[in-house]
Design a binder for this molecule. Structure first.
Ligand code: ADP
Length: 263
């Protein structure tokens, strides 16, 4: 079953065409890795899917078109790439995660839309008025001991895990992650990858994940999409990683953009 389907999809940032006429779909249970150099339009694509930017083309989310988009967006968990906060920002890990809980009213209207489109995976979602869910996700991301710490006092990796916990506290059917590329050390990165796999397999959450880490995508994702404004590949993991030409094209375009940015 398709969770997300986009067709002839284009998004502009001012005068820059950032996403150029792309098509792809995400099926229930997928862990789709999105590869693309800096400036390839990944964040812009995500923002349009989340209803934060205008787009041209078609989008079907959880079996519904544009008219119900805003009611269904709360069912997407999102972890943005950029997360700037003051070190004295007055919220604890627990507070931040609690902010991810959506209201009963919003959940109710989203659920009735899902019933209409026969999306079955919805039973597990529930709003709880107590803090059990928050404690459960604190455990999943391994931050129980830091629950009362201020978010600004945490390391980059711990902040990233807090944001993942916030994004999954409702057990959303779809999680979109714009992976931060800086400030995360290798050990923490490894934990993060294990966490992604776990969320996908145990919690049955479908994941769309932008990353620059080819080997991590090769190890974790079942599907791969490769974009640089246009989509130049979308398919099974092994189809991408066994194709030398595709890999070469990706590596060269990534290197080109990176070196260009550093000039
Ligand atoms: P990625 O996430 O793949 O690094 P982005 O979606 O951030 O790519 O950027 C795509 C293109 O849109 C780039 O050319 C970038 O410079 C441009 N862009 C991004 N954000 C803005 C903005 N707020 N205003 C104007 N142009 C932007």
């Amino acid at each position: 079953m398709n969770i997300l389907q986009i067709e002839s999809f284009s998004v502009s940032n001012g005068t820059t065409l950032a996403v150029d006429n792309i098509n792809f779909n995400v099926k229930e249970g997928d862990l789709l890795g999105i590869l693309g150099p800096n400036g390839a339009g990944k964040t812009t694509l995500f923002r349009a899917i989340l209803g934060l930017q205008k787009y041209q083309g078609k989008m079907n989310l959880f079996g519904h078109g544009k008219e119900f988009h805003s009611e269904l967006v709360p069912l997407i968990g999102y972890v943005p790439q950029k997360f700037n906060l003051e070190s004295n920002f007055p919220a604890t890990v627990f507070d931040i995660i609690s902010m991810g809980k959506i209201s009963e009213k919003k959940l109710g209207s989203a659920m009735s839309l899902l019933k209409k489109s026969n999306q079955k995976y919805y039973k597990s979602i529930e709003v709880s008025n107590n803090d059990d869910k928050v404690h459960e996700v604190l455990k999943i991301v391994g931050l129980e001991s830091l629950r009362d710490r201020r978010i600004g006092e945490l390391s980059g990796g711990e902040q990233q895990r807090t944001l993942i916990a916030k994004a999954i506290v409702n057990e959303p059917p779809l999680l979109i992650l714009d992976e931060p590329v800086t400030g995360i050390d290798v050990e923490v990165q490894k934990k993060f990858y294990d966490l992604l796999k776990n969320i996908n397999e145990e919690k049955k959450i479908t994941i769309v994940w932008a990353s620059h880490d080819l080997s991590a995508i090769s190890n974790l994702a079942n599907k791969v999409a490769c974009m640089n404004k246009k989509l130049f590949f979308h398919g099974q993991n092994d189809e991408f990683f066994s194709n030398e030409d595709l890999l070469k094209t990706y590596t060269e375009s990534a290197m080109h953009i990176h070196s260009h940015n550093h000039m």
